[in-house]
Design a protein around this ligand. Structure first.
Ligand code: KIV
Length: 257
């Protein structure tokens, strides 16, 4: 494990871990100052491309966006999602993870699932590829987006999976839409940091999709808090530009050659 990852793990029980998504350089360079981890999430499929699910996101899309993000990330740990159908077996996963890391120079990859993907995770880690796990709602295979951990049987599976992921050597686990007391139990049980999205304050850190945070993505989910209204600011700027152009107030001499 490299020092960046070791220092990230050490934050557990010391300070809350801050994580946001980025799909491009400009956003990445703004949020980098405030983040411990920047995720190039395959949520870009729905957020940027209006896909109905993340299943349509390709390896090439992830790589192209990650190359852009890399230019903006100076201090945070940069993690890239392995998209759907790119890690169906250890051989495929290793070849694709190597491709992501060599082309994007990211620090680690993230993939979804528990017991089903344990051999894959072990293979990647054995080959020195740092892996972040992802449990709870798994958008790449989900049939619905209801929170997880209401039923005892489901709770047991998620708790078991968190231990399996830890034993396999992941450096952190995203918990997506996991019931609060279960997220608390997992966070207490595993030694690596848990990063929640819709998984309560009990996680070691929190992640949000930046486009949701800034009010650029029209999503209505309980776990999203809109910290800014960038949609309004872009709208106002475009409107002012339009008025100036119509009235020939722009460009002035100052903006001309
Ligand atoms: O794809 C993504 O943005 C994610 C986060 C929601 C954790 O996986």
């Amino acid at each position: 494990m490299n020092n960046k990852i070791i220092n990230f793990i050490k934050k557990k029980n010391k300070s809350k871990i801050i994580s946001l998504t980025a799909y491009s350089k400009n956003i990445a360079s703004i949020i980098d100052k405030h983040c411990d981890l920047i995720l190039v999430g395959d949520s870009l499929g729905s957020v940027l491309y209006s896909f109905s699910s993340t299943k349509k996101v390709t390896l090439d899309m992830m790589i192209e966006h990650s190359i852009s993000v890399r230019m903006g990330v100076k201090k945070s740990l940069m993690v890239v999602d392995m998209p759907y159908n790119t890690y169906r077996n250890p051989k495929e996963a290793l070849s694709n993870a190597k491709k992501i890391i060599s082309k994007t120079k990211c620090d680690a990859i993230k993939l979804e699932g528990g017991k089903k993907v344990i051999q894959i995770i072990k293979t990647l880690i054995k080959n020195k590829i740092p892996v972040m796990g992802h449990l709870g709602v798994l958008p790449q295979s989900a049939t619905n987006f209801k929170f997880k951990g209401k039923e005892t049987a489901e709770r047991k599976i998620i708790l078991r999976d968190s231990k399996l992921l830890e034993d396999a050597g992941v450096f952190s686990i995203v918990l997506e839409c996991v019931e609060s007391s279960l997220a608390k139990e997992i966070t207490k049980t595993v030694k690596v940091p848990t990063i929640g999205i819709g998984a309560s304050v009990h996680c070691d850190g929190q992640v949000l999709v930046t486009d949701d945070l800034i009010g650029l993505n029209k999503i209505k989910a309980r776990f999203v808090k809109k910290y800014s209204n960038i949609e309004k600011q872009i709208n106002d700027a475009a409107l002012k530009f339009k008025k100036d152009v119509v009235k020939s107030k722009f460009p002035t001499k100052k903006h001309s050659y």
